[in-house]
Design a protein around this ligand. Structure first.
Ligand SMILES: Cc1cc2nc3c(=O)[nH]c(=O)nc-3n(C[C@H](O)[C@H](O)[C@H](O)COP(=O)(O)OP(=O)(O)OC[C@H]3O[C@@H](n4cnc5c(N)ncnc54)[C@H](O)[C@@H]3O)c2cc1C
Length: 237
């Protein structure tokens, strides 16, 4: 899913940015809005593959490809994103990402359907999100990836969405972990105790391969879940 043709200007100062906006009616400021509203997306995107991969890959392509080791599907699942799909008739429909990603390299896209938009709720006051991955040393795909998004009020964790990717066929909500966070003090000890429950949610479908066995991934996820949750809590504060 590539953006249509556009001209790109890099302003060297605020004054130049004002001048460029004045000279080019319809011009839009790029990127900083996404970082401000949902910094975890930039954080995860910046850790995909290498510069050559990052410069060519697209968000739509990553979602439609649905590789279990891809980073953005795991992060977008934790953020509760909605996916917009255009049908050949011209009708569009929107569905939660949990319904869009149906299995390993499999999505709800039908023949000739196109993913046209990804709608991501902005993080508000008291909300924080983070992504941690154990990356394959060659491809940088996630061997284990965990994304966490939390709401903290008065030092207590009020909501939590935690997803695992890389070691399961599709991004998977860690509901036992989420349950162990909600209503608890928002701190690193709670994050570690909740992360210890990650294995309860993984089921029997944990991926093992030449690089890392399923048992190894089951062990490693606890550490990465604890880190992601603790950082999400920190950012919510
Ligand atoms: C060496 C290497 C390392 C990588 N490392 C990582 C990594 O660390 N983390 C990570 O997350 N990813 C990684 N990737 C994946 C990469 O970031 C891209 O997501 C992936 O290669 C898909 O590329 P693309 O976006 O150009 O999609 P394409 O290759 O163009 O498309 C992929 C599939 O999706 C379909 N498609 C594309 N756009 C749409 C759309 N809008 N609607 C419907 N169908 C569509 C295409 O028809 C095709 O079937 C890596 C890839 C490579 C080659």
């Amino acid at each position: 899913m590539y953006a249509p043709h556009f001209d790109y200007f890099r302003a060297g100062s605020l004054a130049e940015a004002h001048r460029l906006l004045d000279e080019h009616p319809g011009a839009r400021l790029l990127s900083q809005d996404v970082r401000a509203a949902c910094g975890v997306l930039g954080e995860a995107a910046g850790r995909i593959g290498d510069p050559a991969v990052r410069n060519r890959g697209t968000i739509g392509g990553s979602l439609a490809h649905a590789d279990p080791g891809a980073d953005l599907p795991t992060v977008l699942a934790a953020l509760g994103a909605q996916i917009e799909i255009a049908e050949p008739s011209g009708v569009t429909r929107t569905m939660p990402i949990d319904d869009f990603l149906v299995g390993m390299m499999a999505t709800a896209l039908g023949a000739a359907e196109i993913l046209t938009a990804v709608i991501v709720p902005a993080l508000g006051s008291g909300q924080g999100a983070a992504y941690e991955k154990f990356a394959h040393p060659a491809s940088r795909y996630a061997v284990v990836g965990v994304a966490a998004a939390v709401t903290v009020q008065a030092g207590v964790c009020k909501t939590a969405r935690v997803t695992a990717g890389g070691l399961v066929p599709r991004p998977t909500r860690l509901e036992a972990v989420e349950g162990a966070l909600v209503g608890q003090p928002a701190n690193a000890a709670t994050a570690a105790a909740a992360a210890a429950k990650a294995d309860d949610d993984l089921g029997e479908d944990v991926i093992g391969d030449l690089f890392a066995s399923a048992g190894y991934r089951r062990q490693v996820i606890t550490t990465f879940a604890a880190r992601a949750i603790a950082r999400a809590i920190e950012r919510a504060g």
